[in-house]
Ligand binder design. Sequence first.
Ligand SMILES: Nc1ncnc2c1ncn2[C@@H]1O[C@H](COP(=O)(O)OP(=O)(O)OP(=O)(O)O)[C@@H](O)[C@H]1O
Length: 644
Amino acid sequence: MDSKPAPIELQTSTTSTTTAHEATKRDSTSSTSTSPTHAITPGLEWSNIRLTVPVGRGKNKHERTLLEGVTGYAHRGEMTAILGPSGAGKTSLTNVLTGRIGGMGKYTLEGEVTFQGREREEKSWKNTVGYVEQFDLMYDSLTVEETITFSALTRLPAHTFTKAQKIARAKSVIDMLGLSKCRDTNVGSQNKRGVSGGERKRTAVGVELVTFPKLLFLDEPTSGLDSHSAYSVISNVRDISRQGVAVLCTIHQPAYELFRMFDKVILIANGRTAFHGTIPDAIQWFTNLGFPLPEGSNAADHFISLLTEPAPNSAEFEKEKDKVENILKAWEERGAELQNLGRLKSNTALAPQDATDRPGFGLSYVEELYWLLRRNYTQQIRDRTTLIASFSQNVFMGLILSFSFYRLGNAQQDLMSRLGLLFFIPINISFSVFFPIITLLPLINGILIRERRTGAYRISTFYLARLLTEIPLALITRLIFFVLVYWVCNFQATARAFFIYLGVNFLTVVYSVCMGLFIGSTSRKLQVVQAITPASNVIFILFAGFLLPTSNIPPWFIWLHWLSYGNYVFASLGQNEFIGRTYACPEGAVGCFPRGEDVIRAYDLGRFGIGANVGLFCCLIAATVVAGFLMLKRLTRPQLRLKI
Ligand SMILES: Nc1ncnc2c1ncn2[C@@H]1O[C@H](COP(=O)(O)OP(=O)(O)OP(=O)(O)O)[C@@H](O)[C@H]1O
């Protein structure tokens, strides 16, 4: 093997405004005459990649080949574009190269992928690679600086970097990406104003870049951006590649000024390689195949149109039906020589593991919890609209209930109203807590999945931080509701009864948060979670013992009664309110409850005392916490496949 990487030819990039065709011609001639001004060393290499998935059902079931015999490389110090028509296999190839094919269901994968001549290893891979997704999920109320600093603090290993060094790294990345002006602006989202699209994309790049990746993948980094923003993103990424990073970008229809910034291009069609090399060489290759670049046209558009199959009913179909196949065959037969010209041989001796390769968390458990809590609270408190909406909803409900059940007396109909109200309060709590949590959870879990892939922090700290954020906020926003309803509706006017009522309702809030996190982690799809939530809650309400008396519950459903939070809450609140109370019972009236104890007996609320009910409820909460944690862990498990 070579002991020293040989320099390879590069084009020079300028920002002049010549036409695409003129620029292309000039690039074509310059490509063989300039030498690189920075080090280029071997990086990622892949050979003979074959990926198949089973498709169809029954008799129609067959194997579909998504990638066939794909070979290529991405050098450190170079920026490579992966280009091809829709459905060509760009995402599939990127998934194989990054090890993210776990989500594809059953598949078979053959071939070899190495980084710097070594097989990719799970423990160091997350520190080697950065992946900027097309839809970059970030906390929208955090500023650019907070977002990038959080990434530096959690992802740079503690055994190598001090906190001050991590913060300094975040600052230097912000400067490098030209984000200094907007460092204090919120990242924002579709629903919330924040930085511009280009700045947001550069922030997503910064989140990955802080960790000194040696390999950076970007999935369509320019989609949705105007030409100026797209140019600035790609020129930033190009600068990053010059620092010894192998950059691989899938890209859709780039403008020529942008396209020519790439050092190499990989053209893909029908899951096979159609070309790999410099852009001028690509133009020459296709000219030699009989497809010269038409005057005034963009080379990227020209390549895509060459690799697009003609529509079966189009006029060109007969003439062009074999065009793509012929191009692919030509590369398979004669392309290897050209591909190898620009290829550096890997030498593992040249690639010592550096300090960032060593696995390890960026922060201690407590520090990690602190930063996760800080991020959660910053996000929640800055999200004023949601906070105000939640607070107003509770005040509104409190007022409605207070007026509806105003100053209940001790008549029989007032007794029934009390009973109904005590049953309604936990239902109201659960629904009002569940929905804000489950609506946000798919987004939060999306961020968690990305961050877990990078090994940023422990899942247990994330979960604990979520609980410690949601519970206090849910309690605070509901306090007025609890107080208002209790005193206006005229429940037992003793401090003991009031605090028991408050305590049981607080536990209901805690349970609802835990249950919300559990249900929210059952699926990554909001629609699924939204369907499960009301159904499961209604079942627990039904079997709580009020709507369907316990004696009428079929024996095979009795477990639902024991799993129902309403059972414990209703029994505790019922005993708290009714024991020791008397009610007016007109003489001769039937079905009358003269004493509170009669109500307890009739509704079977007295099987356990208040303490035992609270104890059982705490056990149910503990079980929900554990189930929610396991569910979240399963849902967001990084599915890396690096060994082939
Ligand atoms: N899990 C899967 N099962 C069956 N077919 C799949 C699966 N994943 C991808 N495909 C198919 O493989 C082909 C390549 O898909 P891929 O997403 O890699 O293309 P792409 O080049 O990234 O397309 P686009 O530019 O439109 O995103 C497509 O025809 C797609 O329908």
